[in-house]
Each structure stands twice: as C-alpha cells, then as structure tokens.
Write a protein that binds this ligand. Sequence first.
Ligand code: ADE
Length: 248
Amino acid sequence: MNFHVLTLFPEMVENGCGTSILGRAAARGLLSVHAVNIRDYTTEKHGHVDDAPYGGGAGMVMQAAPVCDAYDALCMRIGKRPRVLYMTPQGRVFNQAIAEELSKEEDLVFLCGHYEGIDERALELIVTDELSIGDYVLTGGELPAMVMIDCIARLIPGVLNNDVSAEIESFHDNLLEYPQYTRPEVYKELRVPEVLLSGHHANIEKWRREQSICRTLERRPDLLAQANLSKKEKQYLDALIEAKNSLQ
Ligand code: ADE
C-alpha cells in the first residue's frame, strides 16, 4: 500500500513514518510513505504558497494552484487518481471502521493544510473525504495524517509480527482489551489473577471476555450497543448493569 502526503513539511512526515514498525514495514516493501512538498509546485517567484483571505480576516490561506498541481503531478507519476483525504477538524471523526475501509485501497493521498486552511476551490476539485482525528484544533494536518497512516498500516497483512494481535485488541468486536500481565507473579504485593496461572484455556478465555465487557461498560459504555456478544455474555453484561444500578 502506498501513502502519499501533500504537505508543506515533508521532513515531519518522513521522520515520523520512517522509524519503528512503519519504517520496518517500508524497508520490507509492505508499504511506502511518500511526502510531496506543496511548495515545489508554486510558480510564485518567492516560493509563497499562501495569501491573505478575500473578504479580510486574520491569517493566511493556502492557494489552490500549488495544491492541485502537486496532486496532478502525483497522479501523472503513478498513473491513477487516488482518493484524497483532507485533514480537517470539520471532517468525519476517524475511527477503526474507517481505518479498515481505507486499508483496502492501494494508494491514498493525505492533504495537510496549514495557516487558516486551504482555498475552498482546491478542496472542491480534488478532495474525496474530509477526516478529523477529534474535536480539537491542531496547527496542521501532518500529525492527523501520521495518526491515520499508523492506524491503517498496522492492518496491512505482515506489518505486525503476529496477525492475531490486530484482531484481539481494543475495538475488535467493539470491546476494549482485557488487562495483561507478565512476570513476576507478585509485584509490590499485587498478584497476577489466579486464573491466568491455571493453564485452563477455556477459563482464561472466559475471564478475558468478561474483563473486556466489564471495562467497556466502565470506560466506554457507548461502544456496547454495537458489541458482538454471545447470549451468555449478554447475560453477564445485564448482571453487571443491574449490580451497578443497585449501588446507585
Ligand atoms: N487539522 C487541525 N486540527 C485537526 C484535527 N483535529 N483533525 C484533523 N485535521 C486537523
């Protein structure tokens, strides 16, 4: 899978995506992250890519032409016109389901704005999806793009060492992950739960599912409506809710 990032700060993206698991996956040919400097596409003699907003107001607006020209040159180079994801707090809030959907694409373009945003005409002409990483405002789209690239990349087969861990973790089945323990058995008088030392796999599995359900109820009850629970697990959840209500 190929991630292309249109940005004014290519080194930020290259450094951020070039290390750790993403860097290793790129070295193994499982993915590529290519940053395109929008400034390379300005025809303005001082290299400016922004200008004052029509109608007045604070800040500067990124001009449409360098953004569209950077995208067109990219499309010429790769011979297709991939989806363009514009990083903006006005977009749909990114989540695991969106990551899974995007991971099916062969090429994705991330458009990162700065200053007071990008001329609306560039957005109209090239953007297919507007995405946000949450209800707060950042100085630019590079960090959101890196967050999304990291999340999508780990869904590509082979990027994580063990393929099962991408499936069992938080948000699979819309449940949070169960607690994990490793050696030693006792740390500062805190014991590892007995069931995990029992070697009884069915009991361990049951305990872990119950922990996931309990945690999700405590921390993210909004996820439970879409959780995939067996009849027994649903009964367990109902008992938890009842116990909680009787305490109030
Ligand atoms: N650009 C600035 N803030 C952002 C956010 N929260 N999500 C995506 N892009 C942004």
